[in-house]
Ligand binder design. Structure first.
Ligand code: NOJ
Ligand code: NOJ
Length: 708
């Protein structure tokens, strides 16, 4: 009897851990709500004008660049409002201690770091958001309220910079209250002292120059490396489930692989980065290479441009369809891309086009199309302030209403539920089924789970839909949104080859209809793995359906992994001791029925950032680049293409080239440098391989001369 009780309680404790592990690593089912903390709700007036930073608060809410009182306690007071909307994760603006001094703007008006992007101490909570003692209490209270309600905490983490380098505190950085350095008092090289970025297509400038006058942290400095990673781990230890990485394109790219790896090595997490770009950006290829290999997915900025072009500016739906097709062929982990309509950096939709039907349609689109949707706070209340075109700061409006009966509140809640119940939305493929300027009908499909979505963005024209096919089996389907956005029922008859004809119907002006079907899995169906790379010992979660209740197996090559948690929809395993490389991970249920495989990269060891320099490299012409290539997956297995070699390297001191790249701790690596000419022709360095032993902690540096 005693023994049974003991076992039972162990099982309960064990399972509590499994569930949180699984949810944290599979973000595909989440619906994220983005909050600018200062502008959401003032839940604690005692932190409004703290003495260490007095004068930065404007109770009259007239200076849009000062603090207005919103705080973590305020967010906590709205957890049930958010939960009722189907929100499963919140992304809060950077909560860490910010610049304490006022900096005047061009017109002499005071400004403050109310948005959070001007940190001074990454180890403490900002006094305006928590309490005047900069303690973690309010943050802890919020994360536990979220977790109690089955919701996740995503922190906006800004490792690129501290605060402005030429005014106020001059970039001053503190480590839990102890001064580290300032931009004008930096004997140990904590900061990069370079000009402002002038060319946003120059890889060196992006990573090493100054963004918007903000003191640029030198992540290769071992003090900075350790500091930022410790700050991130501290956020994890206080319940942070995932990170939105600010200005990910401006932080040292190679170092960021080690940043994410550090977090994944300590606890389940999910990373998405702000890689700002438009459609056809010159560095688009760099962006998807980064997303495919770093373990950090991206916020889908090109798709945001397409969404805004189509729903705001009435462009043809083909723009979205083409962008989707391009990204789906470029991004390995396409369902992990993060999509949005509005954010704190763009004018709110309704400020640009005050058409609430169109906003509804755009939001319904991101909730059903490929990618993890983010709802910017207030969009569900049609919040907008059109001053100055509604751009920053007028897009960071104070939240004024919390109605639970608005149309967006209701359909967000409904579609968030569908993301949970029909795996086609989180894990499925995407196919266009019908398209014209105004109408987009697309299908999401994961094995036999299907969601068909039809959007008509015309304000006036209903379209006759003829010749529409779907994978939905024969039958009649009512609109999942029950007509909330003007949708209606359809009838499907049996066709061939997954093309079942839909009886012609009229899709009314400005409508969204959603039809769906789920089917029990005949065999285990895998839809997700996270993280997508890791070294032996790291915990990794596979998600999907039909895994069965009893434990089966997970295999990498011929090696069976230790499974630490198993449920019908989620399995956590420990990366076994396998050779580094790409694996098609094989899950099987307890009856030995195999699932589809899913790709995973086994690393050699935890990642350490190493700066490689090759002096006097082979001469290059415009468009030629030096790359690094070597033995092992971390060095691209001697790859010689843009996608497989490591780089392009950077040449601020031509013909010397350098690059920071994350390498396996303690390993002795073999490598060479290569030139890849603009046409793809490869020139190898001569001589023997270079060899270097990566340190087991901190940061590494290796410099060689090109061997002709
Ligand atoms: C991008 C953020 O989203 C933006 O709001 C901020 O000002 C810059 N990064 C600098 O941190
Ligand atoms: C525009 C730049 O292209 C982008 O890289 C940068 O992050 C933002 N400005 C900062 O807001």
């Amino acid at each position: 009897m005693r023994k049974a009780v003991l076992w039972l309680s162990i099982a309960v404790v064990f399972c509590a851990f499994c569930v949180s592990d699984a949810l944290a690593q599979d973000f595909k089912k989440q619906v994220i709500y983005q909050i600018v903390t200062d502008r959401f709700v003032d839940g604690d007036t005692t932190n409004n004008n703290p003495s260490q930073s007095s004068g930065l608060f404007d109770s009259t809410k007239t200076n849009w660049h000062l603090y207005w009182g919103g705080d973590l306690a305020g967010i906590q007071s709205k957890v049930s409002y958010l939960k009722g909307m189907g929100i499963t994760a919140i992304w809060i603006s950077p909560p860490l201690d910010n610049l304490n001094l006022n900096i005047a703007d061009g017109s002499g008006n005071p400004t403050a770091s109310y948005h959070g992007y001007g940190a001074r101490d990454f180890k403490r909570i900002e006094e305006h958001f928590g309490d005047t003692g900069n303690s973690w209490t309010a943050f802890d209270n919020l994360t536990s309220a979220l977790h109690t309600n089955g919701m996740k905490m995503i922190v906006d983490f800004a490792p690129n910079h501290s605060n402005p380098n030429n005014a106020g505190e001059f970039g001053s950085l503190y480590d839990n209250g102890t001064f580290v350095a300032a931009y004008n008092n930096d004997p140990n090289g904590i900061f990069h002292h370079n000009a402002d970025i002038s060319d946003f297509t120059d890889r060196y400038q992006l990573q090493y120059d100054t963004l918007e006058g903000l003191a640029d942290l030198n992540q290769e400095n071992s003090t900075v490396d350790a500091y930022l990673k410790a700050a991130m781990l501290q956020l994890q230890s206080h319940g942070t489930d995932a990170f939105r990485i600010d200005a990910v394109k401006h932080v040292t790219w190679g170092w960021e692989y080690s940043m994410a790896n550090t977090a994944f090595s300590s606890a389940p997490s999910f990373f998405f980065g702000e890689w700002f770009q438009g459609i056809n950006d010159p560095l688009y290829h760099d962006s998807y290479k980064f997303a495919n290999k770093s373990g950090i997915t991206l916020i889908d900025f090109p798709m945001n441009q397409a969404i805004r072009d189509v729903f705001i500016s009435n462009n043809n739906f083909s723009e979205i369809d083409n962008q989707l097709a391009a990204e789906n062929s470029n991004f390995t982990w396409q369902n992990d891309l993060v999509s949005f309509v509005d954010s704190h950096d763009v004018a709110r939709f309704l400020s640009v086009n005050n058409n609430t039907n169109r906003l509804n349609e755009a939001l319904a689109f991101i909730l059903t199309s490929r990618g993890i949707p983010v709802i910017y706070y207030g969009d569900e209340q049609y919040l907008h302030n059109d001053t100055g075109g509604g751009t920053d700061p007028y897009n960071r409006n104070p939240m004024t209403a919390f109605s639970t009966t608005t149309t967006p509140y209701k359909f967000i809640s409904s579609l968030a539920g569908l993301r949970q119940s029909n795996d086609a939305l989180a894990y499925g493929s995407s196919a266009q089924r019908w398209l014209n300027n105004d109408v987009y009908i697309f299908e999401r499909k994961f094995f036999n789970d299907v969601v068909l979505v039809a959007i008509n963005k015309s304000d006036t024209v209903g379209y006759g839909i003829t010749g529409l096919n779907t994978s939905l089996p024969a039958g009649t389907y009512s609109d999942y949104l029950a007509g909330l956005l003007g949708g209606l029922s359809i009838t499907v008859s049996t066709g061939t080859g997954g093309n079942n004809p839909v009886t012609s119907f009229t899709l009314p002006a400005h409508s969204v209809a959603v039809w769906q079907k789920t089917s029990a899995a005949a065999a285990p169906e895998v839809g997700s793995i996270g993280p997508t790379l890791g070294q032996p010992g790291m915990k990794v979660t596979i998600a999907g359906k039909g895994f069965g209740a009893s434990t089966g197996s997970v295999t990498l090559g011929t090696t069976t992994a230790t499974v630490t948690a198993w449920s019908d929809t989620s399995v956590t395993f420990t990366v076994p001791n396998v050779a580094n490389g790409l694996y098609n991970v094989q899950l099987a249920n307890s009856a030995h029925t195999n699932a589809n495989t899913i790709q995973f990269t086994a690393l050699t060891a935890k990642l350490i950032p190493v700066t490689f320099t090759v002096n006097n490299a082979s001469p290059t012409s415009v468009g030629d680049y030096i790359f690094l290539s070597g033995a092992g997956i971390e060095l691209g297995n001697w790859g010689t293409t843009f996608d497989t070699a490591i780089g392009p390297m950077l040449a601020p001191n031509y013909p010397n080239w350098f690059l920071n790249a994350s390498m396996p701790a303690g390993a002795t690596i073999q490598f060479k440098f290569i030139k890849i000419a603009s046409g793809g022709t490869v020139t190898w360095e001569g001589g023997a391989n270079h060899s270097y032993t990566v340190p087991t902690s901190g940061t590494g540096f290796v410099t060689v001369t090109w061997q002709p």
